[in-house]
Design a protein around this ligand. Structure first.
Ligand SMILES: Cc1cc2nc3c(=O)[nH]c(=O)nc-3n(C[C@H](O)[C@H](O)[C@H](O)COP(=O)(O)OP(=O)(O)OC[C@H]3O[C@@H](n4cnc5c(N)ncnc54)[C@H](O)[C@@H]3O)c2cc1C
Length: 315
């Protein structure tokens, strides 16, 4: 049976959902999982790493250092005889994995959407060519990979049966001294289960409010944007979906007044269900949409928002 180290981020004493999905990716491919946690509260959060057989908490400096944690993570991977090291494709996971891969002298696989057992290891599937193709990749060495958010189901199972410690001994080269939440911070477009994105079809910045209203009606939706309107200064770059923005894979993606340029599709085409609203029936977005509404966003969105509110009120 293969063994996988899964780097588990945690907040408020709980392992983050993105990391639980990474555990699910490994257990789903039949691997035994060792959860690796670091930072203040790691020991308490370890109990919430459901699906992992064992948890290892890194001990050492209080401040997070990607380079020092990567050294320790590679040490743990080798000491445990693991075939794989996986982290969620978050900022921290994307920062950590290439460093771990460098220590293990292997190539990291980013943003994977499928893991399948292959002997004592895995094959991974990841989007290529801006999402136009899916590549299946294997490695003769340890697999080091990040998992695309919202693709994998968190693993079932109980808390790890065993918890151990491993000391961070490498001298940190760079440390995170503080993390400040943005005032009025909203749900991140990468992590939300529902994303409502708007594009240039919304005509002007003030009219974008109809997209915000629909997202608010869902209650668990984030707002996304095409690059065209980010470049116009209507929306912040943090909301941009696409090749030069964020890659999202929510359960539901609603594209409003977005043409569906290849660079936009690169960031959202693996979403669960895609709904496109566009007044041009030939818009390329309809080629990837599961449901398409041809019409004026200014008529359709308010009606959709009221319908979502009515359904939410009943549930
Ligand atoms: C190197 C590079 C990287 C890029 N990276 C990204 C990226 O990360 N993300 C990204 O999004 N783009 C990216 N782009 C830009 C991309 O090529 C497109 O220009 C951009 O996605 C277009 O944005 P849009 O769909 O909002 O605008 P448009 O292409 O102008 O489309 C607007 C759409 O709105 C529709 N519409 C108009 N009025 C209404 C209405 N009342 N109701 C309903 N529909 C209406 C129109 O029919 C049209 O389809 C990149 C480009 C390059 C060259």
């Amino acid at each position: 049976m293969s063994k996988t180290i899964v780097f588990c981020e945690h907040t408020g004493g709980q392992v983050r959902r993105a990391s639980l999905e990474a555990i699910g990716a490994a257990t789903g491919a039949g691997s035994e999982v060792v959860a690796l946690l670091t930072g203040e509260g790691a020991a308490a959060a370890a109990a919430t790493a459901t699906g992992a057989a064992k948890a290892i908490c890194l001990t050492g400096p209080a401040e997070y250092s990607a380079d020092a944690v990567a050294t320790a993570a590679a040490e743990v991977t080798k000491a445990e005889g693991a075939n794989a090291f996986i982290a969620a494709s978050t900022y921290r996971g994307k920062d950590l994995c290439p460093r771990v891969a460098a220590h293990l002298d292997v190539t990291p696989f980013a943003d994977c959407v499928e893991f399948t057992a292959a002997g004592d290891s895995f094959h991974v599937k990841r989007p290529w060519l801006a999402g136009k193709a899916l590549a299946t990749l294997g490695s003769t060495g340890t697999i080091v990979a990040t998992t695309r958010l919202n693709v994998f189901t968190p693993a079932d199972g109980g808390a790890p049966a065993e918890t151990a410690e491993h000391a961070i001994t490498a001298e940190p080269k760079a440390v995170v001294t503080s993390i400040e939440a943005k005032a009025g911070a909203k749900l991140d477009v990468k992590e939300a289960p529902v994303v409502v994105s708007g594009g240039r079809g919304l005509q002007e910045a003030d009219k974008f409010q109809i997209v915000e209203d629909l997202a608010a009606a869902f209650g668990n939706a984030a707002v996304g944007a095409s690059r065209a309107i980010v470049d116009l200064g209507w929306r912040p770059h943090g909301e941009q979906v696409g090749q030069t923005g964020k890659t999202v894979s929510p359960q539901l993606y609603i594209a409003v007044g977005i043409s569906g340029a290849i660079q936009h599709l690169a960031g959202m085409r693996t979403s669960g269900t895609i709904v496109a609203i566009n007044k041009d029936a030939d818009a390329p977005i309809f080629k990837v949409a599961d449901y398409g509404i041809v019409g004026d966003a200014f008529e359709i969105l308010p009606a959709l928002t009221e319908a979502v509110k009515a359904i939410k009120a009943q549930s």
